[in-house]
Design a protein around this ligand. Structure first.
Ligand code: ADP
Ligand code: ZN
Length: 214
């Protein structure tokens, strides 16, 4: 099953994607994680992406599309994948449709994590991430057992540059101007399923799994 997670930054895409992908046994493909991974390794792709990420802007479509094309061509994606953070523009969505069609594949479902502005802000400003494994925490809702240390791997838990208040506003603006149009795009194709992402994490996850198993 090929699934897309849609929703504003802070809706919980990354958190939900990592548990849902385990439940379904399909890989979690997060473009944000892939960029952060490249940045950590200091690859040219990572350094290129950093300019945009730090400003809360989008990395150019072609750069992201090429990266995703390579990723979903890998063997582990043959039985399906869960996309998180991609597509983020109509151009990316069209290119994704074209690349899947060329392999006689398609998107099976798009889950839209609908979330109020109040929740979004609280989640983004409190979000912390493990530098080593990418695990996501929240200073109030989901703190690591030991402050600053990842439960899963012992890595350093830090605040992403783009989770600082100045950048958050820009990211929300980018979402409203460029990404929100994807809701209509997938609605027209009869693929969209809305999920309440204001609810507690477990409830949202249950709603997502019910939709995916239906
Ligand atoms: P968010 O918490 O906003 O969902 P992500 O981890 O998905 O954050 O993405 C972080 C940053 O990586 C984005 O602000 C953007 O600069 C870049 N990025 C990730 N995915 C895409 C994409 N599909 N198109 C363009 N830029 C992207
Ligand atoms: Zn970790």
């Amino acid at each position: 099953m090929n699934v897309i997670l849609l929703g504003p930054p802070g809706a919980g895409k990354g958190t939900q994607a990592s548990s849902v992908s385990k439940d379904l046994g399909i890989p979690h493909v997060s473009t944000g994680d892939m960029f952060r991974e490249n940045l950590k390794k200091g690859t040219p792709l990572g350094l290129e992406a950093k300019k945009y990420m730090d400003a809360g802007a989008l990395v150019p479509d072609q750069v992201v599309v090429d990266m995703v094309r390579d990723r979903i061509a890998k063997a582990d994606c043959a039985g399906g994948f869960l996309l998180d953070g991609f597509p983020r523009t109509i151009v990316q969505a069209e290119k994704l449709d074209a690349m899947l069609a060329s392999k006689q594949q398609k998107i099976d479902m798009v889950l839209n994590l609908a979330c109020s502005p109040k929740t979004i802000l609280a989640r983004l400003t409190g979000r912390r991430v493990c530098r080593a494994c990418g695990a996501i925490y929240h200073v109030r809702n989901m703190p690591p057992k030991k402050e600053g240390v990842c439960d899963a791997c012992g890595g350093e838990v830090y605040q992403r540059n783009d989770d600082k208040e100045e950048t958050i506003m820009n990211r929300l603006d980018v979402y409203n101007r460029q990404t929100a149009d994807l809701i209509a795009y997938y609605q027209q194709r009869d693929l969209l399923k809305n999920v309440n992402a204001d609810a507690p994490r477990e409830q949202t996850e249950a709603e997502m799994l019910a939709a995916l198993r239906a």
